[in-house]
Design a protein around this ligand. Sequence first.
Ligand SMILES: Cc1cc2nc3c(=O)[nH]c(=O)nc-3n(C[C@H](O)[C@H](O)[C@H](O)COP(=O)(O)OP(=O)(O)OC[C@H]3O[C@@H](n4cnc5c(N)ncnc54)[C@H](O)[C@@H]3O)c2cc1C
Length: 390
Amino acid sequence: MRTQVGIIGAGPAGLLLSHLLTQRGIESVLVENRSRAYCEARQRAGLLEDGTVKLLREAGLAQRLDTEGLEHGGIYLQFAGERHHLDFRELTGRTVTIYAQTEIVKDLIARRLADGGALEFEVSGTAVAGLGTARPVLSYTTAGGDRRELVCDAIAGCDGFHGICRPTIPADLLTVRDRAYPYAWLGITAEVPPSTDELIYNHHREGFALHTMRTPQVSRFYLQVRPDERIGDWPDDRIWAALQRRLALPGWELKEGPILDKAITPMRSFVSAPMRYGRLFLAGDAAHIVPPTGAKGLNLAVADVTVLANTLARLVQGDTQAADGYSDACLDRVWRATHFSWWMTSMLHTIPGGDPMDTDLQLAQLRYVTTSRAAATSLAENYTGYPPLR
Ligand SMILES: Cc1cc2nc3c(=O)[nH]c(=O)nc-3n(C[C@H](O)[C@H](O)[C@H](O)COP(=O)(O)OP(=O)(O)OC[C@H]3O[C@@H](n4cnc5c(N)ncnc54)[C@H](O)[C@@H]3O)c2cc1C
C-alpha cells in the first residue's frame, strides 16, 4: 500500500498533523495502538497558549473550543500566606485558554473521520524501516489481524515518550538531555465548581499545589508528592486535607466534591536532538518532554507539527532540502519552553532535603516576579507562549 505520510500516534501531535496535511492536499494514514475511547479519555493537559488557540481557529478546529473554552487573563501565585495576581492581558496583551486535551483529541478525531481521513486504532506490531531511503515503510497489524506495509514519502513519529520511533534512530547520532526531578504530581479531577476564577500556583512548605479546572463544573488539582509514592496510600480524604492545608488563605474557601480520577505522574525534562533521521520526523513528546508546571507539553506538540506540516508539504513536492531545517526550527522553541518549565518547577516545589536557604531563594524569586513589572512580564510572555506561534 502507498501513502504520502505515515503517522504513528493519535495524540494531539499526530491527529493535528494529519489534519494540517489534508489542508495542504497531502494524503496520510495514521496508526494508533490504543482504542479511540482510550485516546479520548486520557486525562492530561488542559491549558492552551494564545498562539495554539489562534492556530486551531485558523485550522477550522475551534468550534467547540470557542464556545466551551475558558479564557484566562492571568494566574495567581500564592506563597508565604499571600496570593498575588499576574495580569497577562495587561502585561502582554495575550491570554491562555482552559480546554482539556481530551476535548481537543475528540474534536480532532471527529473532524478526521468526517473528512474521510485514514485512522487505524488498536493496531499492533508498529515498525518503521528504510528511513534512509526516499521510500520509508511503516508496517503494522490492524485490529482485524491483517499485516500491512505502507510505502511512504515520509514517516511522522508522533508516538509519545514511550513510542517506537525515537529508539530506531542510532544512539550515536542523538544528543539526549535528561533530568528526572525528585518529586512527582498527584493529579485529581473533582466534580466540583472551581473555587477560583484563574489558576492558583501555590508554594508551600509541605510541597507545591495547583488549583486548575476543566469546565465551570469540574476542577482539577495537583499536589507535589514523592516520586515513589503509591496512589493507594492517598484516599480521597487525605488528598482534600492536603489541598485544604496547602491552598488555605484567610477569607477564601476551597470547595470539595467527588473525585473522578487520580494518578501520580513523575516529572522530567528531556530533549532528544536532532528531531529527524532521514525520512523519519519526530514531533511532540516523542522528542521532548517537560515537567507540567509551565503547561507547555501540548503546546509544543502543536508548534512542532505546524512546522512539520509545512516541511512535509515541500518535501513531497520534491524539495529534499526542506527537511534539513525542521529540527533546528523546532528546537529553539523547545529549549525556551524547557528552560521556562524547569524555572517554574524549581521556583515552586519544595526541595526534598533542601535547607532553609533553598526556601528563602525561592521566596525571593516569587517576590520579584510579583513586584517587578519586568519580571512579571517575562513570566507572562513565556506562559502565554514564546515566541508567539501566531
Ligand atoms: C498529568 C499531565 C498534565 C499535563 N498538563 C499539561 C498542560 O497543562 N499543558 C500542556 O501543554 N501539556 C501538558 N501535559 C503534557 C501533554 O499532555 C503532552 O505533552 C501531550 O500529550 C503530547 O502530545 P503528543 O501527541 O506528542 O503525545 P501523546 O499524547 O503521548 O500521544 C502519543 C500517541 O502515540 C501512541 N503510540 C505510542 N506508541 C505507539 C505505537 N508503537 N504504535 C502506535 N501508536 C503508538 C500513544 O498511544 C498515544 O496515543 C501534561 C501531561 C501530563 C501527563
